[in-house]
Design a protein around this ligand. Structure first.
Ligand SMILES: Nc1ncnc2c1ncn2[C@@H]1O[C@H](COP(=O)(O)OP(=O)(O)OP(=O)(O)O)[C@@H](O)[C@H]1O
Ligand SMILES: [Mg+2]
Length: 281
């Protein structure tokens, strides 16, 4: 291998962040999309992976119609460049859809080509943000385990708190060292977010012997729903709205913390290995 090639490989690293929260409708997709837009605006190369197996909807949130998904890549019916969507602020979106578990069945050669493309070519990124969808299925868990950090989204509703705690429990049972931070969405204010955070963090400290970090609040703000209806990211449509400021505050923390970057190839191979393992259980 030439010095030039090894230098290139050494540079292909990214922060990998999975956004989760086992309850449906808590605000995962809007969080992940607006974090992507903020980071893209600040010149990060962002790859946004739609890992929601039920109803992929990041493309809907930005008003794009994907012609292809990862399924077409896996079948060899489309190239990576055709599958990736060009979102706002240079963000590239991988409409993964139902294809993630099929990675396991993919033939070795095609998978190597795909991972090359995602690590070095069209999909190369500084930050990979993954929307994991609702529930705690095998693929959702694999997406969380592969990422170097996980954001768990909760709302102040008790049902959501219980689900957030359950997510921490499952995740830390499999990987006690996983870095996890909570985001309290739809909070009335910072005080409420702090109270909700403490409730979950104290329960985790007592029963799981582990403590999540806090990334603060996203305020309950009707602009979010209006942006969804207009199929535009909040940060573009209402950049001065209260929730937009919260998304920016969280993006700033992700951008500035010295979270370890991992080689992108390791990320994709790790995802494959975790998917294999979780599907066997
Ligand atoms: N901060 C907020 N303020 C007000 N409404 C919000 C906020 N966040 C989310 N919502 C509302 O909740 C809806 C669901 O949000 P979103 O699609 O991001 O949730 P999700 O967790 O990704 O859902 P799913 O589990 O179905 O994928 C939005 O369409 C919006 O109406
Ligand atoms: Mg969603």
């Amino acid at each position: 291998m030439s010095a030039c090639t090894s230098l290139k490989l050494a540079e292909a690293t990214a922060k990998t962040v999975a956004v989760t929260g086992s309850k449906g409708g808590v605000g995962k997709s809007n969080l992940v999309l607006n974090l992507a837009v903020a980071l893209g605006r600040w010149d990060h190369r962002v790859l946004l992976v739609d890992g929601d197996l039920g109803l992929a909807n990041l493309d809907v949130l930005v008003g794009l119609m994907p012609r292809y998904t990862v399924d077409h890549l896996i079948q060899g019916e489309a190239r990576l460049e055709e599958v990736l969507l060009d979102g706002p602020e240079g963000v590239r979106i991988l409409p993964a859809g139902a294809g993630v578990p099929d990675l396991v069945q993919m033939n070795e050669e095609r998978r190597a080509t795909l991972f090359d493309g995602l690590s070095e070519g069209a999909g190369a990124a500084d930050v990979v943000l993954v929307d994991t969808g609702a529930g705690i299925g095998p693929t959702t868990l694999a997406l969380q385990l592969a990422a170097s950090r996980v954001l768990v989204v909760t709302t102040p509703e008790p049902t959501s708190l219980v689900d957030a705690y359950a997510t921490l429990k499952i995740l830390w049972t499999v990987d006690p060292g996983k870095r996890v931070d909570l985001v309290v969405n739809r909070a009335a204010d910072d005080d409420e977010a702090r109270r909700i955070y403490k409730q979950i963090a104290n329960a985790a400290a007592q029963f799981l012997d582990n403590r999540p970090g806090s990334l603060g609040a996203v305020y309950d703000d009707s602009h979010v729903t209006r942006a969804v209806r207009r199929q535009q990211p909040l940060l573009e449509l209402f950049p001065d709205s209260p929730a937009a400021r919260c998304y920016e505050r969280i993006a700033m923390q992700i951008s500035s913390t010295s979270a370890p970057r991992q080689p992108l190839r390791h990320y994709w191979e790790g995802l494959l290995a975790h998917t294999r393992k979780e599907l066997r259980h």
